[in-house]
Ligand binder design. Structure first.
Ligand SMILES: [Zn+2]
Length: 678
């Protein structure tokens, strides 16, 4: 505040004098505060523009403030130091000396406290400055400006409060003195009873005039504070107060409600309670009248309470009982609540006994409620427990059946009756496979008045499919396969939470699954040997049994295996004859049908003519007959691969034309080769 302070430490002063001077300084501060601030901060305000760095201005400013605050604290503690002396001197020293000085230790302390607050404010300011550091990166200059202005405003407030406090404490002292004198004055007034009031008025007038300043100060502070307190009380009061409707029924006030729907709900509930079981005989309800009222929120009643009050005021024939509601529908009232609940407990009991674990439970599918309240004593609705048991043993809905018509499918029936196909098949197992006109289909089962839902855990075994591993076998033709190892399925134990409604399983939810047996995968070899033999200029075809068609170009079967008539004679044909379809077969390639070893290569003019026999092992042999002379390219003992060329088609031996006569011999017996090679 006083950057113009002159350092004047050399001149020695007595303790008393320096004390007075400090007080004078303060006085000047307080009286000339606004002018001083304007003068002091004019340059700061001038300096504030968006291009300057306020740190310099502020640090200079803060230094002064901190020094002064420390000095004031030290002074309050009774210390003397040069800083303190610095603080106590001003350029206006001379003027100050003329003023009346009232100095007390209390006032000194009060001033020190104020300066301490001032310092505290600076620390708060520092804290907010730190808080600003994040956004400051983005709003650097703006935030600096705001920080500077905030600090100046804070200091202004401090100074003004210091002024106010000082004035107040001085005047408060004068007031205290005057109040003390009241005692004396009252004594005087008592002595002169006649003029008591005149004197009191005189005194009050005088007092008001004398302490005008302090009363104004009190007014300036106390009135806003009182206004705030009053405001808070008002808000608190009104927030718990609401506009409500006061319901008058039968000329009686029966409660406050939030709006008319509460009454309508309550009357509907009352009507249901009173009219159930009375065969259309309807209760008469008075029309309610409403008045707008302002009440506390906790005075409002709900429809349940209002329902009881309506019944209470409608009929004398009512009593306190326990109402039974199933799915919100009023069934009856039972005088004793324990009787009512035990009826329902008895239904659940046999199921509860079956429960063994914590995951299982039993309850009703329907919402069963017990509502304590006023109910008509009419015997149609006020039941004893045995009547309730009887009612609950009845069915709510009877079974629905459908007679199948000509052309109906199970899907048509499901669609017509608005049930799912799954539901329908659960009720009528096997009906998706056989359905005849006139058949009776169950659409829905009968439904008990209350249904019991039982949820319990169950375990079951399930089979786990095995996988098939495939591996290539280059010695097998493409398209052929051989099982090396049979697969075996695994096993798992599944635990499920199963829901039953009246004993019928309706759903299941899996809880856990434990593998008890690992599956064994199957191993299959798949042929990868190409069916095209390179260099031979022909493609071989391989049968499912792995036999190669022995003459790739001769796809026509001119004579089958078995009995036939040849040249007017019955004759058993021991193989099949293969020719080129529509063309001369002479010279067509003959290949080995399977891998094997050449057993015989014979040349002859009768019977088979030129022919080759290959032994495949295991009692299996193949014969290739009527070969073209000179075409046989293999020799006895030679190993041949399936599809390998061994000779060419000719017409040697007993033939009518060129063809390949092919035989399969198993353990010395000729068999029909077709099933093997085709
Ligand atoms: Zn033949």
């Amino acid at each position: 505040m006083d950057s113009n302070n002159k350092r004047d430490n050399q001149s020695p002063k007595t303790e008393e004098k320096s004390h007075l001077k400090r007080e004078k300084t303060k006085k000047r501060d307080l009286s000339a505060v606004s002018a001083d601030i304007n003068e002091k901060y004019a340059d700061i305000f001038e300096k504030i523009d968006f291009d300057s760095d306020y740190d310099d201005i502020l640090s200079e400013y803060e230094e002064t403030i901190e020094r002064r605050a420390q000095a004031s604290i030290d002074k309050a503690r009774g210390k003397e130091n040069p800083e303190q002396a610095d603080f106590s001197k001003t350029k206006n020293e001379a003027n100050v000396q003329d003023e009346e000085i009232q100095d007390t230790a209390a006032q000194q302390d009060a001033f020190a406290i104020l300066l301490f607050i001032e310092e505290l404010g600076l620390h708060v300011g520092e804290f907010f400055k730190k808080l600003w550091n994040g956004p400051k990166r983005f709003f650097y200059k703006a935030s600096k400006f705001i920080a500077s202005v905030s600090r100046i405003i804070w200091l202004l407030i401090c100074k003004l409060s210091a002024k106010l406090f000082s004035k107040f404490s001085k005047q408060a002292k004068a007031l205290t003195k005057d109040i003390k004198s009241i005692k004396k004055y009252f004594g005087m007034a008592r002595a002169d009873r006649k003029n008591t009031f005149i004197k009191l008025w005189e005194y009050t007038k005088k007092g008001l005039k004398r302490h005008k300043a302090i009363l104004r100060t009190v007014g300036n502070i106390a009135l806003p504070v009182l206004a705030i307190v009053a405001f808070i009380f008002t808000v608190n009061y009104w927030s718990s107060v609401t506009f409500a409707l006061k319901v008058n029924y039968n000329d009686k006030e029966i409660g406050y409600i939030a709006d008319e729907t509460v009454y309508n709900e309550a009357q509907a509930a009352a009507k249901e309670r009173m009219d159930t079981g009375r065969n259309g005989e309807e209760s008469k309800f008075e029309e309610p009248t409403y008045e707008l009222a302002l009440v506390s929120l906790n005075e409002l009643v709900d429809s349940n309470v209002l329902c009881d009050r309506i019944i209470e005021n409608s009929s004398s024939n009512v009593t306190n009982a326990c109402g039974i509601y199933i799915d919100d529908e009023f069934i009856c009232a039972i005088k004793n609540e324990t009787d009512a609940t035990s009826v329902f407990h008895q239904i659940l009991e046999p199921y509860e006994k079956k429960i063994k674990d914590d995951n299982s439970f039993v309850d009703f599918v329907e919402k069963v409620e017990y509502v304590q309240g006023l109910y008509s004593e009419d015997e149609e609705t006020m039941w004893d427990a045995s009547k309730l048991v009887e009612k609950l043993s009845q069915t709510k809905e009877s079974a629905v059946k459908y007679i199948v018509k000509d052309g109906d499918t199970i899907y048509d029936i499901a669609l017509k009756n608005d049930v799912s196909v799954d539901e329908l098949l659960a009720l009528n197992p096997g009906k998706d496979k056989s359905l005849f006109p006139g058949d009776e289909i169950i659409i829905s089962n009968e439904v008990n008045y209350v249904r019991v839902k039982l949820m319990k855990t169950e375990t079951r075994k399930v089979e786990i499919d095995y996988e098939t591993e495939k591996e290539n076998n280059p010695s097998m033709f493409k398209g052929t396969k051989r099982t090396v190892r049979e697969g075996k399925p695994g096993e798992e134990i599944v635990t499920e939470l199963v829901t039953y409604v009246d004993g019928q399983r309706v759903s299941a939810q899996e809880i856990s699954r434990e593998r008890t047996k690992e599956p064994v995968s199957a191993k299959v070899q798949v042929g990868s040997k190409p069916t095209t033999v390179s260099g031979g200029g022909y493609n071989v075809s391989v049968s499912g049994q792995g036999f190669v068609w022995p003459a790739p170009a001769c796809t026509y079967i001119s004579s089958y295996f078995g009995w036939r008539t040849l040249r007017g004679r019955s004759d058993f044909h021991t193989g099949i004859d293969l020719t080129k379809p529509g063309g001369n077969s002479d010279g067509a390639v003959i290949v080995a049908s399977l891998d094997g070893t050449v057993e015989s290569v014979r040349r002859g003019s009768g019977g088979y003519g030129h022919n080759i026999v290959i032994n495949h092992g295991g009692g299996l042999k193949t014969r290739y007959a009527h070969c073209m002379p000179g075409s046989m390219s293999v020799s006895v003992g030679q190993h041949v691969r399936a599809g390998q060329a061994i000779a060419r088609v000719g017409h040697s031996g007993n033939v009518t034309g060129p063809h390949l006569h092919f035989e399969i011999i198993i353990n010395g017996q000729c068999v029909n080769p077709l099933p093997y090679i085709r």
